[in-house]
Design a protein around this ligand. Structure first.
Ligand code: BTN
Length: 239
């Protein structure tokens, strides 16, 4: 009998940890873990990820046969998920992307991607790609930056129904080994929420898109463009 792609749990501290545990056991590419509730969900840069009932909290074990483009995997997964979610949201709503790993609905963060690699020496042993999507779960009001959920754009699909197709999307995106393609760059451009905004971090200047290697381009006041990594902070709002 074939294993189901998504293994569901009522509660886990973090689906990331369970996915890494399964990876140690040797599960195959695309095996996913989802939890109805996470008690210690984590986001990027050590932040907490609040994960009550009603959202999609899932981690996918990825063992890309021909390698992966580790520096763009979060962006590539975000691009693929945005395409998928756009088929669900009520027009004219459209999913935006905020470099490097946020999915947006309007100004509000509706989801995020967390990619964690494990290495054997120089070689990638596996990747766990976690996605958190706010569907109908409670989200904090008045948080900065804003947080929202897909229900506000008319999406009533349950996490249980989204999990399989989204796990397949993540597994496919993580198995691409090239830098971002021209098409991906164009689609990112059309969804790029930061473009044209003034930044305090990771470099002072105006956001001007990304590179094919996944860096943020920032036009500095001296006219030069820096290609940078790091945490984003908007100049005026501190978001
Ligand atoms: C971010 O935007 O900071 C990334 C958030 C990633 C959250 C997901 S929820 C499922 C998986 N398990 C976790 O503990 N985190 C990721």
């Amino acid at each position: 009998m074939t294993e189901p792609m998504v293994r569901w749990f009522e509660t886990l501290p973090s689906t990331q940890d369970e996915a890494h545990r399964l990876a140690v056991e040797g599960v195959s590419h695309g095996t996913a873990v989802a939890a109805r509730v996470q008690t210690a969900g984590r986001g990027t840069r050590g932040r907490d990820w609040v994960s009550p009932e009603g959202g999609l909290w899932m981690s996918v074990v990825c063992r890309p046969l021909y390698g992966t483009a580790i520096e763009v995997v979060g962006l590539r997964v975000g691009l693929a998920l945005a395409d998928q979610l756009d088929t669900l949201v009520r027009p004219p709503a459209r999913i935006g992307l905020k470099w490097p790993n946020d999915l947006l609905l309007g100004r509000g963060k509706v989801g995020g991607v967390l990619s964690e690699a494990r290495w054997q020496g120089e070689a990638l042993a596996w990747l766990v790609v976690g996605i958190g999507i706010n569907l109908r779960n409670d989200v904090p009001a008045n948080s900065v930056p804003e947080v929202t959920r897909l229900l506000e754009a008319g999406v009533t699909t349950l996490a249980e129904d989204l999990a399989e197709p989204m796990a397949a999307t993540v597994a496919a995106a993580a198995a691409v080994a090239s830098p971002l393609t021209q098409l991906e760059m164009e689609i990112f451009h059309s969804r790029d929420w930061l473009r044209g905004r003034s930044l305090a971090l990771p470099e002072e200047g105006v956001a001007e898109g990304i590179t094919t290697g996944g860096r943020l381009r920032v036009r500095r006041s001296d006219g030069q463009v820096s290609e940078v990594l790091g945490t984003v902070r908007l100049a005026a709002l501190g978001a």
